[in-house]
Design a protein. Sequence first.
Length: 87
Amino acid sequence: MSSVVGALLWAGVPAVPGGWLDLAPEAEAAELSEGQQALAEAADSGERVEVTGERTEFTTTYANPDGFTFHLEQSVTPVRVKQAGGA
């Protein structure tokens, strides 16, 4: 009985060439947020990667190498300051 139900459920699912998540690397990167890209890079490298778009005067955010979580370092005093040139 369960195999019949499984077959019926899958019968209504459209087929995707190459599988469900068969995206070209450039298309995949274009669809990922900066945080998701940092998570992927951290998972590949085995080291945490800073998510620079989340950087503030008081905080630094890192993507952890587990590929799922972030680490936030927060300070009560500024750890960086914008300069006149924008850097």
